[in-house]
Design a protein around this ligand. Structure first.
Ligand code: NAG
Ligand code: NAG
Ligand code: NAG
Ligand code: NAG
Ligand code: NAG
Ligand code: NAG
Ligand code: NAG
Length: 416
C-alpha cells in the first residue's frame, strides 16, 4: 500500500508541476523582439549580448548551456547553421582595423568588444577556411590579458583610460576567456578557465555588498554605488555562463570548487534581488531604492538567470518570483515587439525615452525565453520538480490551473 501511495503522490506532484507551466512567449512575439534586436543592436556590448541571446534561443545545441556544446562541430549542419550569430562575428572581424588588438577599435570599454569574442571563436571553429577569426580572437585575448590596465589585485579594468571596475564586465569578458580556454584545452586552456574564475572573484571582492547585491561601478574618476538591477543581472548572468563553460569543459572535475563558488555567488544575487520585487513582478532600476523607477530590462535578465539556476541546482524556490517577472515582461512588450519600461542603457539612471528602445533589453527577452524553455523541458521530463507554490504564480494567463484541472489531467493519465 505505502509504495503505491507514494508513487501516486509523485505522479500527482509531477502533474501539478507540469500543469503549472505556461507556454512561454509566442513565436510571433519572439520573432518581432528578435528582428527589432537585430535592427538596433550596434554598440559592441549590444552585439555581443545579441550574439549570445541568439545562440541560446535559436541554436541551443551550440550554447554553453548544452552539455555537449564544447567543442562545437567543425562544420555546422544546414539546419543548425547559427547564421545570425556568425553574421555578427563576420561583420565585426571584417570591420576591425589591423592595428586594433580589440575586436572593436577605440571602444573605450575594455570588456565590451570581448563580448563578441564567443561568436568569433565559434566562427573560427566551424570555418577552417578563414584564419582571420582565430587571429582576431587571439588578439582580443592578448589585449585583455596583457595590455588593458589592472588594479593592484590584478582585476582587469573595464575602462581603457583608467582603472575602473563595472559589474557589466562580468558578462563581457570572463565568458569569452573561459570559452577560449575550454576550446583550447591543455594546460593553457586550463589556465584560461582559472583566469576567468579569478577575474570574477577579484571583481566580487570590490563590488559585492554585505547583502549579496553588487554595486555598479567602483574605483576611477567617478563611482556608481547603487545596486543597479541590470548590473546585478550582468554579474549573475556572466557568472552563470562561466559556470556552464567550466562544467561542460573536459576538465570540469578539476573545477568543482570554483563551480560551487560561482553557483553560490549567483544565488546570493538572485535571492536578495527578488526580496525587492514589486507586486506586479517588476524590479526597480535601483533594486533596493523604493524611489527608483521600474526597469523591465534588469527584471528580464535576472528572471532568465533564475530559471537557469533552478535547472542547475534543482532548487525551484525562486521560481514563483521568476514566473511573476515573466508575466510583467510579457505585459511590457508592446504590439510591435518592443520591450517597454526599460532603463536607458546609456544613462543607467533614467527611463528610456518614449521614442527609444533598449537593444540589451530586447536581447534579455530572448535570454528569458531560452532559459524558460530549458526550465519547462526539465520540468516536463521530471528532472526538476517545482514546489507546489509555482502553481499559484501568475505565469499561466488563463487561470485554468486549479485543482479540478489537475484532477482532470490525472484521470487522463489513469485512462492510459
Ligand atoms: C545538446 O546538443 C545535442 C547536439 O549536439 C543534442 O543532441 C542534445 O539534445 C542537446 N541537449 C539538450 C539538453 O538540449
Ligand atoms: C539556417 O538555418 C535556418 C533555420 O534552420 C534556415 O531557415 C536557413 O535557411 C539556414 N540558412 C542557411 C544559409 O543554410
Ligand atoms: C580555431 O579553430 C580550430 C578548429 O577548426 C582550432 O583547432 C583552433 O584552436 C581554433 N582557434 C582558436 C583561437 O580557438
Ligand atoms: C601555451 O602558452 C605559451 C605562453 O603563452 C605558449 O608559448 C605556448 O605555445 C602555448 N602552448 C600551446 C600548446 O598552445
Ligand atoms: C509558498 O507559499 C507560502 C504561502 O503563501 C509562502 O509563505 C512561502 O513563502 C511560499 N514559498 C515560496 C518559495 O514562494
Ligand atoms: C508595475 O508596477 C509599477 C509600480 O510598482 C508600475 O510603475 C509599473 O508601471 C507596473 N508595470 C506594468 C507593466 O504594469
Ligand atoms: C530534483 O528534486 C526532486 C524533488 O526533490 C527529485 O525528485 C529529483 O530527483 C531531483 N532531480 C535531480 C536531477 O537531482
Amino acid at each position: 500500500m505505502a509504495p503505491l501511495l507514494s508513487s501516486l503522490g509523485l505522479i500527482l506532484s509531477s502533474l501539478e508541476a507540469i500543469s503549472s507551466l505556461h507556454a512561454g512567449f509566442s513565436n510571433a512575439v519572439i520573432e518581432q523582439v528578435r528582428s527589432n534586436l537585430i535592427a538596433i543592436a550596434s554598440q559592441s556590448w549590444e552585439l555581443g549580448t545579441a550574439a549570445e541571446a541568439l545562440t541560446e534561443l535559436d541554436w541551443p545545441a551550440l550554447s554553453v548551456f548544452n552539455a555537449s556544446a564544447i567543442p562545437p562541430p567543425y562544420e555546422l549542419d544546414a539546419a543548425n547553421n547559427a547564421s545570425d550569430v556568425l553574421k555578427i562575428a563576420t561583420s565585426t572581424v571584417s570591420a576591425k582595423p589591423s592595428d586594433s588588438l580589440a575586436l572593436v577599435a577605440n571602444d573605450g570599454a575594455v570588456g565590451d568588444p570581448a563580448s563578441i569574442g564567443v561568436a568569433v571563436l565559434l566562427a573560427n571553429w566551424t570555418d577552417s577556411s578563414d584564419i582571420s577569426y582565430a587571429s582576431a580572437a587571439s588578439e582580443q585575448l592578448d589585449y585583455l590579458l596583457n595590455v588593458a590596465p589592472r588594479t593592484d589585485s590584478g582585476a582587469i579594468s573595464q575602462r581603457s583610460d583608467q582603472v575602473q571596475l563595472w559589474a557589466d564586465f562580468i558578462y563581457m569578458a570572463p565568458p569569452f576567456i573561459a570559452y577560449y580556454g575550454a576550446l583550447q584545452g591543455g594546460d593553457n586552456g586550463t589556465s584560461l578557465l582559472q583566469t576567468a574564475f579569478e577575474q570574477i572573484s577579484l571583481y566580487r571582492d570590490v563590488l559585492r555588498d554585505d547583502d549579496g547585491l553588487w554595486r555598479h561601478v567602483a574605483l576611477g574618476s567617478w563611482e556608481d554605488s547603487t545596486h543597479w538591477a541590470t548590473g546585478n543581472g550582468w554579474a549573475a548572468a556572466g557568472m552563470l555562463r562561466v559556470l556552464e563553460t567550466l562544467d561542460h569543459s573536459s576538465v570540469a572535475s578539476d573545477f568543482a570548487e570554483q563551480s560551487a563558488s560561482l553557483a553560490q555567488w549567483i544565488q546570493e544575487i538572485i535571492s536578495t534581488a527578488w526580496q525587492y520585487q514589486a507586486e506586479n513582478g517588476t524590479l526597480l532600476n535601483t533594486i533596493d531604492d523604493p524611489t527608483s523607477f521600474p526597469d523591465s530590462s534588469g527584471t528580464a535578465l535576472l528572471a532568465s538567470v533564475t530559471y537557469r539556476m533552478a535547472v542547475y541546482s534543482n532548487d525551484t524556490s525562486l521560481i514563483p518570483y521568476a514566473d511573476k517577472a515573466f508575466q510583467v515582461i510579457g505585459d511590457s512588450i508592446d504590439e510591435n515587439g518592443w520591450l517597454r519600461n526599460t532603463v536607458d542603457p546609456e544613462t543607467f539612471d533614467t527611463p528610456s525615452a518614449a521614442s527609444s528602445a533598449s537593444p540589451e533589453g530586447q536581447a534579455f527577452v530572448l535570454l528569458l525565453q531560452a532559459a524558460y524553455t530549458e526550465y519547462a523541458q526539465s520540468v516536463a521530463s521530471g528532472q526538476v520538480i517545482p514546489t507546489s507554490n509555482s502553481t499559484s504564480s501568475s505565469g499561466s494567463s488563463n487561470g485554468d490551473d486549479d485543482d479540478s484541472n489537475i484532477l482532470r489531467r490525472c484521470r487522463l493519465v489513469h485512462r492510459k
